[in-house]
Design a protein around this ligand. Structure first.
Ligand code: G6P
Length: 611
């Protein structure tokens, strides 16, 4: 939530910052702002997207080689020009951009008001910048010391970059809870919420840890803790290609990412399924494998789409490895005093690796002594660093706010883990193990085939684009797929959609069914196929309009339903990876036909770094 960019060096800061903000816009797009310093600061901000900001700035002056910028997902105060970042302190000494939430901002604000500080915005950030200034002026100290001292008074989460007008050749950056990466160039530095604004300039980066403070001047970076303990900067090399963060000819990132899935799934199992297709090796779990094999219980935690991947994981681990599994929303888990045993294995699933609730749940599980693993997409993000071990999903950067390829990559990793554990625990035979590996390997080609039905999905979308409600039904592995299909539609088309276990329909949602209600039924051939046939009949008996996802060659459901999309035959262990693809396409086309911004749906943000 909120994207921040800073630059200090020899180039003009403005283009670096504006382009960086565009790359970070998936983190929030309620308002945007920049401040470029050239002796005096040029500061511009406005409600809306980065393109609105560019228009607002027009040909006004922006020269300068030091600058900061922000794209906002509103927490405190409505999205408007005044609440947009950067914020400047009352006496004009400090300018700040902030990602996170200052939880004790009301108390701090009252204290500052008693000292005659006046506030023009509703934000917690303005409180922080004034606190920094108050400490600075009172103590007659350097900007860096003032920032550090102020941060010791703050409860909450922050990634900040601060400019002091009295020291215009310095950026002070600090993090706690919200991510910050520093790009190290030749006598120049970049600061950003993630590496995407940096990668076109340098692939040498430093990921800040909680309580780190970086004092950055052209050609000089000093890293220390908030308590002034010196730190050795650990420079890492990024493996990120600029093309991966461009649209590459697609109209939208979401469509590009849907079409990337054959490759992203392949990348996720490449090197993990041996070249002779005989074995699964998960290097990231090597040291913890004995404990994982002995686990008495697995708890999968996540939010949003990642939670849906967790539900697929539950079915997989129980089926293949015979380990009891619970799947928890991270936000519920962390606050409900859960019972966690030392021989539990907690697996946190997260595309961004930064979701605040998931991070908090991890800390709780670690304190309770459980083995905590991560399944994350963003390399170097907070969750992989907080967990004992884990497996990266090599889906590549996912920019569309509605998750697509990250979901299938998460399910791919969980499938590999479940197959591996099933084999190690002796619950699947060598023969079945081989079959499942082959089934996994065949998935990318099968997805390619499904993608060929894009035009057909578009035709169906045209028919249903004006519907106001949708119901998605599935059983077994297709139940989480139904949830995910409904979530995709809600997120980007703003149509109310509900996912339900097909059999549960008769305990409520059936009352909603009439001839205007499209019902998407995932009815591919699996062990509950016959039951789903009955559920489809129940819908048709009430005049519901059914769009079915069926296995190639199926005639039973085809004859019963109104619109049919076929997917290739596969073992049910891997079938969710196929069934979700047409649902992603359906949501995409409906949203587009309704004129919605598919990559940046209203009110949402991709990386939710607040509770
Ligand atoms: C937001 C995003 C979703 C994502 C969820 C969890 O809601 O819009 O696409 O599934 O956060 O994010 P994570 O990065 O932890 O997977």
């Amino acid at each position: 939530m909120c994207g921040i960019v800073g630059y200090i060096g020899k180039r003009q800061a403005y283009p670096v910052i504006i382009n960086g903000l565009k790359r970070l816009e998936y983190r929030g797009y309620d308002s945007a702002g920049v401040c470029v310093v050239d002796g005096d600061p040029y500061m511009y901000k406005c409600k809306g997207k980065v393109s609105d900001l560019e228009e607002h700035i027009g040909s006004r002056p922006v020269a300068g080689t030091v600058g900061i910028g922000h794209t906002r997902w509103a927490t405190h105060g409505e999205p408007n020009d005044v609440n947009a970042h950067p914020h400047i302190s009352m006496n004009g000494h400090f300018i700040i951009i902030h990602n996170g939430i200052i939880e004790n901002y009301t108390q701090l604000k009252k204290k500052l008001e008693r000292r005659d500080y006046k506030f023009s915005s509703d934000t917690d950030t303005e409180v922080l910048v004034n606190l920094i200034e108050y400490i600075y002026l009172k103590g007659n100290i350097s900007a860096e010391i003032a920032v550090r001292l102020a941060l010791t008074k703050v409860v909450g989460a922050y990634g900040i970059v601060v400019i002091c007008r009295d020291e215009p050749n310095t950026l002070v950056a600090a993090r706690k809870g919200s991510p910050l990466v520093i790009g190290v160039g030749n006598e120049e530095y970049f600061v950003a919420s993630d590496a995407t604004p940096i990668v076109e300039f340098t692939n040498s980066v430093i990921f800040l840890n909680d309580d780190d403070v970086a004092v950055i001047r052209p050609g000089e970076l000093v890293l220390k803790t908030i308590r002034n303990e010196a730190l050795e900067p650990k420079i890492q090399t990024l493996d990120l290609d600029i093309e991966e963060i461009e649209k590459n000819g697609f109209d939208h990132f979401m469509l590009k990412e849907i079409f990337e899935q054959p490759r992203s799934i392949h990348d996720t199992f490449r090197g993990r399924i041996s070249a002779d297709y005989k074995n699964i090796h998960l290097g990231g779990l090597y040291h913890v494998l004995p404990r994982l094999i002995e686990a008495k219980r697995i708890i999968l935690i996540g939010c949003g789409t990642s939670w849906h991947a967790g539900l697929v994981g539950e079915y997989l681990f129980e089926e293949l490895a015979r380990i009891p599994v619970e799947v928890e929303y991270a936000s519920e888990f962390r606050y409900r005093n859960p019972v966690i045993y030392k021989d539990d294995v907690v697996i946190a699933i997260s595309q961004s690796g930064e979701t605040a609730d998931t991070l908090a749940a991890i800390k709780l599980a670690k304190e309770a002594g459980a083995l905590v693993l991560g399944v994350c997409n963003v390399v170097g993000s907070s969750i992989p660093r907080e967990t004992h071990a884990g497996v990266y999903t090599h889906a590549g950067p996912e920019i569309g706010v509605a998750s697509t390829k990250a979901f299938t990559a998460q399910v791919t990793v969980l499938t590999m883990m479940a197959i591996l554990l099933g084999r190690k625990r002796g619950h699947i035979t060598e023969e079945r193990y081989q079959v499942l590996i082959d089934e996994m390997y065949a998935i990318p080609d099968k997805i390619e085939k499904i993608l060929e039905s894009n035009d057909k999905v578009l035709q169906i979308a045209e028919i249903f684009k004006d519907s106001t409600n949708f119901l998605y039904l599935g059983r077994g592995y297709f139940y989480p797929v139904a949830l995910e299909g409904a979530l995709k539609l809600k997120e980007i088309s703003y149509i109310h959609a509900e996912g339900y276990p097909a059999a549960e329909m008769k305990h409520g949602p059936i009352a909603l069914i009439d001839e205007k209600m499209p019902v998407v039924v995932i009815a591919a051939k699996d062990s509950s196929y016959e039951k789903v046939v009955s559920n489809v009949q129940e819908v048709k008996a009430r005049k519901g309009v059914v769009i079915s996802i069926v296995t190639e060659g199926d005639t039973v459901i085809r004859d019963m339903t109104d619109y049919v999309i076929e997917i290739p035959k596969a073992d049910e262990i891997v079938e969710s990876l196929l069934a979700v693809i047409p649902l992603q396409l359906l949501a995409y086309h409906i949203a587009l036909l309704r004129g919605c911004n598919v990559d940046q749906p209203r009110n949402l943000a991709k990386s939710v770094t607040v509770e």
